[in-house]
Design a protein around this ligand. Structure first.
Ligand SMILES: Nc1ncnc2c1ncn2[C@@H]1O[C@H](COP(=O)(O)OP(=O)(O)O)[C@@H](O)[C@H]1O
Ligand SMILES: CC(C)(COP(=O)(O)O)[C@@H](O)C(=O)NCCC(=O)O
Length: 321
């Protein structure tokens, strides 16, 4: 008889399969890449050196995988409708993109949107960022949360959950509030309208946050319960901090210099003063949020993309279990 081995003595199964850049890139060698250098230059974020080689190596396989998954999810949805005796209706395929402030979520989201739009099965792709669901500054001030912008409690989580549930539920028209990075506040009276797209990409720091416990001990739904796929954009914290500081320095000459900028007093800072200011915002707000709230959600993503110090993605971990 073999000696009994308790389950708890074994290492937990690793649900991820891991690829380096070269092996990931080979997975979709025959998939076309419908973007040009000019498209990529137009889509990349401030200080982000993403080029066509990066898109070819990383995003081409990813868009091929997503097409397969979206097709499979559509079939599953139709099977469920048949089982329930209902007329099948199309619902958007929802992709969540999570990661730290300044890690480059927006570039990833914009590149994916353009790639997916160029596939015949998913021509209508909408991109929504969760910053629109931050409470306005006046409300954050009232709640004592102005220094905690980006922490889970700085968002109207109920409104965000309702938004995603409505989109996934196939509602004809759903609206999201809009945030402006220049004024550093919600734009009063302006909204983004989502009308049953083929794909919705929802990008934000906390999109993989688990459901909150309710007062009676049960747990409510989480935004990620409505995701069909999710991506966590990862990098070393010290690299992300360097990108944050670098972006802050660049913004002095552009966004901060605008007359309506919340940060206009920063436009006149010397390099040393600007570095000190950026480091202080990073250490007091963005680093604790990354450590306490964002990094702990990494293992909940279906795909973790890890960047080098130069923004190149070098490791891909895909959930297979
Ligand atoms: N203070 C700011 N002023 C103007 N634009 C900003 C400011 N902070 C961030 N942005 C821009 O907002 C977008 C989202 O930034 P962020 O939330 O840090 O996510 P990420 O860098 O991961 O995409 C980026 O395109 C960034 O360049
Ligand atoms: C607006 C943000 C909270 C990001 O929001 P998201 O779209 O990820 O929900 C972030 O970019 C931010 O402004 N953080 C506050 C600290 C700072 O100024 O860097």
């Amino acid at each position: 008889m073999s000696s009994p081995r308790t389950v708890s003595a074994q290492a937990p199964p690793n649900p991820f399969v891991e690829f380096d850049r070269a092996s990931w890139s080979r997975l979709a060698a025959s998939t076309p890449l419908p973007l040009t250098d000019a498209d990529v230059a137009h889509l990349r974020g401030l200080g982000d050196p993403t080029d066509l080689a990066e898109v070819d190596a990383v995003y081409r396989p990813l868009s091929a995988l997503l097409q397969l998954y979206a097709g499979g999810t559509g079939q599953l949805h139709r099977a469920t409708s048949t089982f329930l005796g209902e007329h099948p209706t199309r619902t958007p395929y929802v992709i969540g993109i999570a990661g730290s402030v300044a890690v480059g979520k927006s570039s990833t989201a914009r590149l994916l949107r353009e790639l997916l739009r160029r596939w015949p099965q998913t021509p209508r792709v909408d991109l929504v960022t969760t910053d629109g669901f931050l409470y306005p500054n006046a409300e954050l001030r009232r709640r004592g949360l102005l220094e905690r912008k980006g922490f889970p409690e700085s968002y109207d989580r109920r409104a965000l959950l309702r938004f995603v549930a409505d989109v996934k539920g196939g509602a004809e028209e759903v609206t999201a509030p809009l945030y402006d990075h220049v004024t550093y506040d919600i734009v009063p009276g302006r909204q983004q309208v989502v009308r049953r797209p083929d794909v919705l990409i929802l990008e934000g720091l906390n999109v993989l946050a688990p459901a909150r416990a309710t007062t009676d001990g049960t747990s409510s739904l989480a935004v990620s319960d409505f995701f069909d796929f999710s991506i966590y954009v990862d990098a070393r914290t010290r690299d992300i901090k360097a990108w944050y500081v670098d972006r802050f320095l660049r913004l002095r000459r552009t966004a901060f210099a605008q007359p309506d900028s919340y940060f206009r007093t920063y436009a006149g800072l010397s390099d040393d003063e600007a570095v000190a200011r950026a480091e202080s915002i990073w250490e007091s707000i963005n680093a604790p949020n990354l450590r306490q709230n964002i990094l702990p959600t990494r293992g909940r993503a279906r795909l973790v993309l890890t960047k080098d110090a130069d923004h190149r993605m070098h490791r891909m971990r895909l959930r297979k279990l």
